[in-house]
Design a protein around this ligand. Structure first.
Ligand code: FBP
Ligand code: MG
Ligand code: MG
Length: 297
């Protein structure tokens, strides 16, 4: 488990390119959201993780690939929806995206997100190569969280694709008050179940689980607490992807003064060479993540 000193790539930051990546994601978000209504259907295809792609996944990925790929300074583009990465130029930075997180929840009109990570190096990158990461949350309000240079900021994105900084240098509230645990309860490991039952006993905490990770993670960033999509008996590797979900979300929470873990160590130290490798994912207040790690020990 690691907290604040999220040491990342120490090569000179191509800050201009990071600005441009953040700008493209913010200004493309309204178009993604407008394109959802007609795309709440499953496509014929599967993503590299073997999950059925929604038409909206493909739509968001194509839009973002084209725009981010056109940016000066970006060398490689990778996404949860594409088996391989794409060379998009000769810049030093790579961008990895979960174009639409929670798309399986599109049918019930649940919250969704776009998750991004900018790495100083080729893909698949290592968590410590991250130079910026964050997510768009398609909620009642469209917001974007950006973690870079040791701080986490929040923007509101408007339908006209303008966006405004609304919260600076966000810190995870102490004494977190919410928890959310993914996967089917009967499929949890015994140790995780014992941990979950223990967390539930604390009457200062309440369940906040929506089944769409970005909505759930944003609850934790707002109120403090813990979110887990743990290793399951049927899926010891967990469900969420290292490059597109684990690293960026771990980076955001650690930059906000929280902690992340795959059950034994910081998500940023998970080392799996496969582009679409999965990991158990735990994020939240350091004391709770520490408790989680000892429960699984
Ligand atoms: O359907 P399950 O197994 O509860 O998994 C829910 C999890 O799967 C996800 O939808 C996976 O993300 P994608 O929608 O990007 O594939 C997460 O957002 C969410 O936390
Ligand atoms: Mg996802
Ligand atoms: Mg997705």
């Amino acid at each position: 488990m690691a907290t604040k000193d999220v040491n990342t790539a120490d090569s000179p930051r191509d800050t201009k390119t990071i600005d441009r990546v953040v700008d493209v994601i913010a200004t493309t978000a309204p178009e993604i959201r407008t394109g959802l209504p007609g795309r709440r259907v499953k496509s014929e295809a599967q993503n590299p993780s073997g999950e059925t792609q929604m038409a909206a996944d493909v739509f968001a990925d194509d839009l973002l690939c084209e725009r981010i790929g056109a940016l000066e300074g970006v060398g490689e583009y990778g996404s949860e929806e594409r088996p391989e990465t794409i060379d998009v130029g000769n810049g030093p930075l790579s961008v990895a995206l979960d174009p639409l997180d929670g798309s399986s929840n599109l049918k019930p009109n649940n919250t969704m997100g776009t998750i991004f990570a900018v790495y100083d190096g080729p893909l698949p990158a290592h968590g410590r190569d991250i130079v910026a990461a964050g997510y768009v949350l398609y909620g009642p309000v469209m917001t974007m969280i950006v973690a870079r240079d040791g701080v986490v900021d929040e923007y509101v994105i408007y339908d006209d694709a303008t966006y405004e900084l609304v919260r600076e240098d966000i810190s995870l509230p102490e004494n977190g008050s919410v928890y959310g645990f993914g996967g089917r309860v009967p499929d949890w490991t015994e140790d995780f179940e014992a941990f979950a039952r223990d967390v539930e006993q604390d009457d200062s905490r309440k369940l906040r689980y929506g089944g769409s990770m970005i909505g759930d993670v944003n609850q934790i960033l707002t109120y403090g607490g813990i979110f887990s999509y743990p290793a399951l008996q049927s899926a010891p590797e967990g469900k969420l992807r290292v490059q597109f979900e684990g690293y960026p979300i771990g980076y955001v929470l650690e930059t906000a003064g929280g902690a992340s873990s795959d059950g034994t160590k910081s998500l940023l130290d998970v080392d799996k060479p496969d582009l679409h490798a999965r990991t158990p994912l735990h994020i939240g207040n350091a004391d709770l993540v520490e408790k989680l790690e000892s429960a699984l020990d």
